[in-house]
Design a protein around this ligand. Structure first.
Ligand code: SF4
Length: 270
């Protein structure tokens, strides 16, 4: 039986890993899945975490990489002949489609993790620690040789606020929390409008990239391709629409005018 903990750089997973190791729980693998879509601040924080876990517990954080980039998937054509959308361009993961998984999550988080564990441990039973807190009423279904456990909820009885306070106290908070209440891929289409506003205001390179992706998808459509989704925002709002909206609110209002509710379970915890 092997125990693995995925550390996303968010407050919950970092607190979970620290508490597990501090309290002597078994962790065979401490894993960060790099989506190639992290903010620069996240990569800096990851370096800090590597030093922290090495110095304190003698543990390395294994960094897994995906086989393809976001753009390769986004601009890719669906080749599975049995798929309803065969021949279409995949486009941006669609927040309005509640029944589908984000392909970026599947390709950059789930698959690299499963590949790595399969290569190393074959069919051994895997116990996967997940950083869900008392603030969340959800769980992941066990499957194949994977079982999921929730130490923050079940062992340490912690809420998201407790995790935040814990890391501030340890001086280990991720600097991204100066801008966002959750962390995840920089260009996640499932994040809240408030997060998008923060990207527009504080991370212009990321915003520019989102616009470029949108423009390329429009070009593909002009060339006659069917694009499954070319919008980062619900209601078919483009980046340009949102810029006008953000500019106006920036002059007149505050970031609290924007909802901070993500569209789905964005800002993945693994
Ligand atoms: S954070 Fe968003 S874009 Fe990234 S994998 Fe999760 S749902 Fe997909």
């Amino acid at each position: 039986m092997k125990y693995i903990a995925t550390i996303s750089g968010g407050k919950d997973s970092v607190t979970m890993c620290d508490l597990l190791l501090k309290n002597g729980y078994q962790i065979d693998e401490l894993i960060f899945t790099d989506t190639f879509q992290e903010f620069g601040l996240m990569y800096e924080y990851l370096e800090k975490l590597k030093i922290y876990f090495k110095d304190r517990y003698g543990r390395d954080i294994i960094v897994l990489k995906p086989l393809a980039t976001f753009e390769e998937w986004c601009f890719g054509v669906i080749k599975k002949e049995s798929a309803k959308a065969f021949g279409s361009i995949r486009g941006i993961p669609n927040p309005a489609m509640n029944d589908t998984q984000c392909y970026h999550r599947r390709e950059t988080k789930i698959k690299p993790l499963e590949r790595y564990l399969k290569n190393k441990y074959g069919d051994d039973e895997i116990i996967s620690y997940v950083g869900y807190t008392l603030s969340e009423g959800r769980s992941i279904k066990d499957h194949d040789n994977f079982k999921y456990v929730y130490p923050l909820k079940d062992y340490f009885k912690m809420t998201e606020e407790d995790c935040k306070a814990y890391l501030i106290n340890q001086e280990m908070e991720n600097p991204l929390y100066r801008y966002f209440s959750r962390t995840g891929c920089a260009i996640c289409p499932f994040q809240s409008e408030r997060s998008m506003f923060q990207i527009w205001k504080h991370f212009p390179e990321t915003w520019k990239r989102m616009k470029v992706i949108e423009e390329i998808l429009y070009k593909y459509e002009d060339m006659g391709f069917n694009v499954l989704n070319k919008f980062w925002f619900t209601g078919q709002r483009t980046c340009e629409d949102m810029e006008k909206f953000f500019e106006k609110t920036d002059k007149q209002g505050s970031i609290f005018d924007f909802s901070d509710m993500p569209f789905r379970d964005c800002f993945c915890k693994i």
